[in-house]
Design a protein around this ligand. Structure first.
Ligand code: KIV
Ligand code: ZN
Length: 506
């Protein structure tokens, strides 16, 4: 078989990484983009972990049509039941169950013998197969498992009905040669392996996750587990975009293997993840970093202009990285804006479109050149705001005073439906004063968990993008605001988060 199945675990292993937690709506948005990207399987979460996890796995299973949707479960009946219930509505459901097989894990974590481990694998896989036709078994810490025992464990999984067996390098310990040898041993020694898919799942603790995954593929694996931008536990998982483009760019080295990924959707998917989580993509990140296709030195620029292949092994367009800047300005109409936003992946409803257009016009008065990134930031602040009804707090006006010999003061007027509320507060700085004022107006206390301000574009009239994270006893809420005025951007970001917080509390 020449096709490599891409199993995306951004929403499960990726989401476990600090800073990447997403709420249910964000997960569904991400899942739909992963579907557009063309992933074969997506791991939507760990259904038994919490009611919130269960709800998001279910929402994804109900929404996604073309990719298989899977839920992780320990080798326990209650976990498998939760997974089966959560993915019931999926067009292509899969249950993923796992148990550690290394002596280290058996002795110190599970406190069970090898014989018990085999019994539990058989039971869990057979139990899952009764509930779902597609069952994946993962031998956690496979790369540090005695190879004879690993083959026995996978024998048991295959005999019990597993359709996929996964070989995780759970702690990112393996080297490419070693990992390939493990996959080869499994391919040669596990009974019935020709009837199931062998999968890799590599972590990046030594920076080898992608190299190990590709070595696994060369040795016969036909499914690769990975995440967008390699996000995941500790140092992360194998980066999907690197695996996909590695296979595509070096078909010669990988025996003509290919994936079904629509590579032109890669950049959009990575940017969506960054937008949703507020975690920036490192400029030097392979494939999707801002510098991945930038040529600084004169020699390189000259070479690329004469023939792109001199310094480019793939084109920016092939991964959906646009090089051109937008030429929209204050005379552009809503239709032009709508078309541009659609190209950028934003299909906004009428209300959101009208709001983005108003914000675009206001911005165009203050900023000559509006780039794609500016537009994406404007659109994002609307999509994230989810204006459900007139219950949303909106900014009407603000005045903030600050100086080095005075306390900062803020006076803000907010509207909510027909109600207008105005108040004022002082603070040690202008942002603090503004946030205190909002808290007084909405009459709900929250804790500021994170506040970040970034210039979306590089010029003096740069659009400032503010990311705010607040929490109350019920949860954590993110907001994003954009403006050429950082205080306005901060209040807008805070209101997005506040509206989400109040919506969640209803
Ligand atoms: O890293 C790991 O071993 C895992 C398994 C649960 C597949 O994430
Ligand atoms: Zn993992």
């Amino acid at each position: 078989m020449n096709a490599i199945q891409i199993f995306d675990t951004t929403l499960r292993d990726g989401e476990q990484a600090p800073g990447y937690a997403m709420n249910i709506d964000e997960k569904v948005r991400m899942a739909l983009q992963l579907e557009s990207l063309g992933v074969d399987v997506m791991e939507a979460g760990f259904a038994v972990a919490s009611p919130g996890d269960f709800a998001s796995v279910k929402a994804i299973a109900d929404a996604v049509k073309s990719s298989a949707v899977c839920s992780l479960s320990r080798a326990l009946e209650k976990d498998i039941d939760a997974s089966a219930a959560a993915i019931k509505g999926a067009a292509r459901p899969r249950i993923h169950t796992f148990l550690a097989t290394s002596d280290l894990h058996l002795k110190y974590k599970l406190r069970i013998s090898r014989a018990d481990c085999i019994k539990r694998i058989k039971h869990a896989v057979a139990y899952a197969r009764n509930l779902c036709g597609d069952v994946e078994f993962s031998a956690e810490d496979a790369s540090r498992t005695d190879i004879d025992f690993l083959c026995k464990a996978l024998d048991a999984a295959v005999a019990a009905g597993a359709t996929v067996v996964n070989i995780p390098d759970t702690v990112g310990y393996s080297t490419p040669d070693e990992f390939a040898a493990i996959v080869s041993a499994v391919m040669n020694r596990v009974r019935g392996i020709e009837n199931v898919t062998v999968s890799t799942h590599c972590h990046d603790d030594l920076g080898l996750a992608v190299a190990n995954s590709l070595a696994g593929v060369r040795a016969g694996a036909r499914q690769v587990e990975c995440t967008i931008c390699g996000i995941g536990e500790r140092a992360g998982n194998a980066a999907m975009e690197e695996i996909v483009m590695g296979l595509r760019t070096r078909r010669d080295a990988y025996g003509g293997l290919s994936t079904r990924i629509k590579t032109e959707e890669i950049a959009r998917t990575a940017h969506l993840l960054s937008t949703i989580t507020g975690v920036r993509i490192a400029p030097g990140k392979a494939i999707v970093g801002a510098n991945a296709f930038a040529h600084e030195s004169g020699i390189h620029q000259h070479g690329v202009l004469s023939k792109a292949e001199t310094y480019e092994i793939m084109t920016p367009e092939s991964v959906g990285m646009r090089q051109t800047e937008l030429v929209l300005g204050k005379h552009s109409g809503q239709h032009a804006l709508e078309t541009r936003l659609r190209d950028l992946g934003y299909d906004l409803d009428e209300t959101n479109m009208a709001e983005v257009f108003a914000a675009f016009k206001a911005l165009a008065d203050r900023k000559k050149k509006i780039t794609d990134r500016d537009l994406a930031a404007l659109a994002e602040s609307r999509v994230a705001a989810k204006p459900s009804d007139a219950k949303e707090w909106k900014l009407e006006s603000f005045v903030v005073n600050s100086g080095n010999h005075m306390s900062a003061t803020a006076q803000i007027a907010l509207v909510r439906g027909k109600r207008r509320v105005q108040d004022a507060a002082i603070g040690t700085g202008p942002i603090y004063a503004a946030f205190r004022t909002v808290e007084k107006i909405i009459r709900h206390r929250f804790k500021l968990e994170d506040y970040r301000i970034e210039a979306v574009t590089e010029r003096r009239d740069a659009l400032g993008e503010v990311l705010v994270k607040i929490s109350d006893s019920r949860g954590t809420y993110r907001g994003r605001g954009v403006s050429t005025d950082v205080i306005e951007g901060s209040i807008l970001a805070l209101l997005v988060a506040v509206n989400r917080m109040l919506e969640a509390g209803k």
